[in-house]
Each structure stands twice: as structure tokens, then as C-alpha cells.
Design a protein around this ligand. Sequence first.
Ligand code: FAD
Length: 382
Amino acid sequence: MVKTADVVIIGGGISGVAIAYNLAKKGIKDVVVIEKNYLASGATGRCGAGIRQQWGTEMNCRMSKYSCEAFETLKEDLDYDGDIEFKQGGYLIISSTEKEHEQFKKNIALQNSLGIQSKLLTLDEAKEVVPFLNTDGLISATFHQKDGHLNPFHTTQAYAEAAKRLGAQIHTFTEVTDIIVENGKIKGVKTNRGDIATNVVVNAAGGYSQLIGNMVGLELPVFSERHQILVTEAVEPILDPMVMSFSLNLYCQQVPHGGFIMGRGDEGEPRDLRITSGWHFVEEMTKTITRVLPPLKNVRFLRQWAGLYNITPDRQPIYGPVDEVEGFYLAIGFSGHGFMLAPATGIVIAESIIGEKTTLPIDMLHINRFKEGNLIFEPSVV
Ligand code: FAD
């Protein structure tokens, strides 16, 4: 175990390894990632891994556009031997209330103004994208061909291997148990395998980010909530895009091995760290998805699991340093869309630590926005 580091990153999910890669690429020598389990064992390896640029706030549109373009060449850029399975089959997002339809019009105008070529579709046009879509009770849809999904394990591995080749160290099955702060400055971390002296710590601990904040005496404006997801048996390819609805609270995609992966957020989930599975989710999920995509009635579901969303009040992430503790940085609060933002997260957090101008402006994602009441709410979330 190392004794000193330039930067210690807590969390070996997609955010932690993307930040490590970018820091190492920028020449920071001693970058250390500490992961209490195995890589991608948190939300990253449990997520739907969908990538969309169809958002309702400027920051989410800009970060996801940047990230989506980065995913297009990521395998080559990271010189990865495996397959990150990036498929741009599009996202078909359906509306089932007038309010949602009105929001879609605003979303499309915003997205188009930022160079995202999304379209508002009639229901007939939506059926051209997914012929077996049941449009009863639906009003309209939006579609963007360049959205899609990837394999979250391979993508994490790709970043981790590239970071290691550039000199970063990754310690799995190692837990950060405390953070040493002296006179308001980071001095090191304590782990169950020894202490590491450092002046910079990045909190990339996903659902556990509050516990890490507490280690430096902060109460962070985030909470964690269980989100469940299931996979079916593999069948022949019939569904190209991700189908998503905010008002029906669902998303569903067919992944390359042929299974359908689908999820929803259950109403009234407590704010805690449970990742157990519940029967209610299966009932609601299967009832709703077979109404929207009837052929799925004939497909058997194989298994379910759960992971943690780390959620902010405005459903946008928190990036950058904190005023109270010098050397403590945040990459947290992804509110259910942190996988798709990883390329943006990696670059802007690395630049922020080094003190460079960030590739995308991240001022409005600083933690101080909560104190200042300067919030822009993301409306388009599941
Ligand atoms: P995580 O992947 O949670 O990684 C944090 C890591 O920190 C964990 O591995 C944990 O073990 C480690 N850790 C915590 N405490 C400590 C400690 N004390 N010491 C050492 N290590 C520690 N996002 C999308 O973009 N698209 C989707 O389609 C999507 N679908 C989702 C579906 C579900 C069911 C869930 C749960 C999430 C989904 N998300 C999706 C959200 C996405 O998974 C997360 O935003 C993203 O993976 C966050 O990555 P992360 O690296 O920040 O956190």
C-alpha cells in the first residue's frame, strides 16, 4: 500500500476511474484510487448504462453531448482490447400527459439550440421507430439517433487500465475509514490497509458520498435512494432504441446479448443505503412495460437487482472544491445519470484540481448553489 499520493480518489466507479485517467494523462504522477469492493461494484455496475443527450437543462445537455461524442472514440482513445459495446440505437422518449408534451417542446428547442439533433415526433412517427409501440394514452415522443448505451463493466475497465498504464494506482478491496484534516486542509486518508498522506481527496463515492463528506465534517446536500432494475432472457433483436417515459416512470432497452434491461423508480422509497430487491418493483415494472411494449409479454424475466441513486435537490451533479476544506473535491449527486456523464466528469474534475480552465463551465454545478438558492431543476428524470 502506498504511503503518499498527489491525489486520492475515493470510489472505483466510472467517475473515480475517469477522473484518475484524466489526472494521469495530464501528468499528475501519484494518483491513487481507493475502492472498498471491486471496480464498478457500486451504482456503475448496477446501472442501465443508457446514454442520452435529451435533457431539459443546459448543463445536462452540454455535458451529455460532450460525453456522448467522447464515447464514440473511447475504445481507441483508451486503447482498450475489449469491447465497450457502444451502440447508438437512439432514445425514444414518450409523453403521456399534456404537461409532459409541453415540456418536450421546450426540451427539443433547448437541445437543438445546443447542436443536439433531437426531434419531436407524432405517434405515427414514433411507431416508425418502434413498430410494436402501443400508443394508447400517449401524446407524442422525442427521438435522438445518437443516444444509446454501453457496457458499464467494460467501460470502467477501459478507463482503469488506461489510468494504470499512465501510472495511476488502483487499490480494490480497500476502504477509506477516515480523512485527516488539519487547520482546514486535507492531510491524508485512513484506510483499513494503512494511511496515505495527501493534500487532495476526491469524493467519488456515489451512494456513499454523504459518509465521506461527514469524514471532513460536512453535511452534503445529497441523499441516496434504491433504484431497481431487471433483465429478461435473451431473444432475437427486436428493439433498437432505448424506450423511456418520465410520467410512466420507466426505461427499457435490448442489450447486445439479447436480454431486455428495464428499470423504474418506485414511489416512496426511503432515503437510505438499502440495495435489496422487492417484489412490488417486479409487479409494477412488468405491468407497465407490457402495456407500452406488448410483445414483451412473451419474454421471461431472469433476475433483478438494485443500486443507489445519489440525488441532489435539483437533480444535477455537484462538481468541484468546497470552501470549508482545502483540497476536498466533489464528483457526486449524479441523480441517476452519472454513467453517461463520465467523460465530462473525468475531464472537468481533473482540470479543476490542477487549476486549469475547465473544458465545460462548471460554476453552476458548484456546491454553493444550494446555499445561494441558485438552482436550475432538471425536469427530465426517471
Ligand atoms: P459508483 O459507481 O456508485 O461508485 C462509487 C464507489 O465508491 C463504489 O464502488 C463504492 O464501493 C465506493 N466507495 C464508497 N465508499 C467507499 C469508501 N469508504 N472507501 C472506498 N470506496 C468506497 N446512469 C446513466 O448515466 N445511465 C443509466 O441508464 C443509468 N441507469 C441507472 C440504473 C440504476 C438501477 C441505478 C442504480 C443507477 C443508474 N444510473 C444511470 C446512475 C449511474 O449508475 C451512477 O450515476 C454512476 O454509476 C455513478 O458512478 P460513480 O462512480 O460516481 O459512483
